[in-house]
Design a binder for this molecule. Structure first.
Ligand code: C2E
Ligand code: CA
Ligand code: CA
Ligand code: CA
Length: 275
């Protein structure tokens, strides 16, 4: 039994070491990957339900690793946030997305995810101004998606930055709405332009009547505050019909299209009225 215990402990310890080594390796790789141009943006369309038109695309970063294949942002973004690498990576994402969107029709927006770590850099507003100026993108065509974590720490400084960004004409969306502890109180602190209803609510829409009630409540809240609502992660026609009936402004999800490279995503704009 004693030997077993030690064996288990050793196994656990080496699994921990491995985890640490993995993250360390990922961090080193990531620094080189930035220089080597291994990051790429994919774009996922957002459909306005009333107009039945694609009104924007969300930029989502991908890492094409030469030996490990495509690494999901769910794995490398947290490491990038812990190590501070999210700052140069986030800057690249913002500049790249603005430059890409400047080539699209003038009524189509681009949404960019901004990490809480980027808000702690005091030059975020200057960075956004610079990305807009060098791409020539009109500020109203840029939407920044933030999560509650931005408002959790240093919330006064963050709210000030949000107001400065808004003053530029940039739109601000609250991402993953409903998953945090105090989504509602953040709506009081800052007048968001858009709420993105988290995928976890949309996923259960047909099976779980409580989820429908929650979506209904979020949409009605948005309506009374003058905030538009996007249902994330719409995968089925049934989910689409429910969120449409509940009055969501926009949908995003695999039903419409997964995130794709710009060359594959942008043509969706020109194909949409031919079907
Ligand atoms: P998010 O901002 O909530 O992005 C939506 C995620 O849902 C994306 O995952 C997207 O591919 C996925 N998705 C979209 N439609 C569906 C659907 O119908 N079904 C399902 N199951 N999933 C769907 P992705 O691209 O893996 O990104 C994961 C997260 O990584 C993002 O969640 C965001 O938090 C973060 N992320 C991605 N790109 C960036 C970036 O450039 N900067 C920062 N700071 N974070 C990023
Ligand atoms: Ca997002
Ligand atoms: Ca989201
Ligand atoms: Ca998310």
């Amino acid at each position: 039994a004693k030997a077993d215990g030690r064996g288990t402990f050793r196994f656990f310890e080496s699994a921990m070491d491995k985890e640490v080594q993995n993250r360390r390796a990922l961090e080193l790789d990531m620094r080189e990957a930035m220089a080597a141009g291994e990051f790429e943006l994919h774009y996922q369309p957002l459909l306005d339900l009333a107009r039945d038109r694609i009104v924007g695309f969300e930029a989502l970063v991908r890492w094409n690793h030469p030996s490990r294949g495509t690494i999901s942002p769910g794995i490398f973004i947290p490491v990038a946030e812990d190590t501070g690498l999210i700052v140069p990576l986030g800057e690249w994402v913002l500049r790249e997305a603005c430059a890409e969107a400047a080539r699209w029709p003038a009524d189509v927006r681009v949404s960019v995810n901004v990490s809480a770590v980027q808000f702690r850099q005091r030059n975020l507003v200057q960075l956004v101004m610079s990305a807009l100026a060098s791409s020539g993108l009109a500020p109203g065509r840029l939407e920044l998606e933030i999560t509650e974590s931005v408002l959790m720490q240093e919330s006064e400084a963050s709210v000030r930055i949000l107001h400065q960004l808004r003053a530029l004409g940039v739109r601000i969306a609250m991402d993953d709405f409903g998953t945090g502890y105090s989504s509602l109180s953040y709506l009081r602190r800052f007048p968001f332009d858009k709420i993105k209803i988290d995928r976890s609510f949309v996923k259960e829409l047909s099976a779980n009547p409580e989820s429908t009630a929650i979506v209904r409540a979020i949409v009605s809240l948005g309506r009374s505050l003058g905030i538009s609502t996007t249902a994330e992660g719409v995968e089925t026609h049934e989910q689409l019909e429910i969120v449409r009936a509940e009055g969501c402004t926009e949908i995003q999800g695999y039903l419409l299209s997964p995130p794709r490279p710009a060359r594959d995503a942008v043509p969706l704009l020109f194909r949409q009225h031919r079907s």
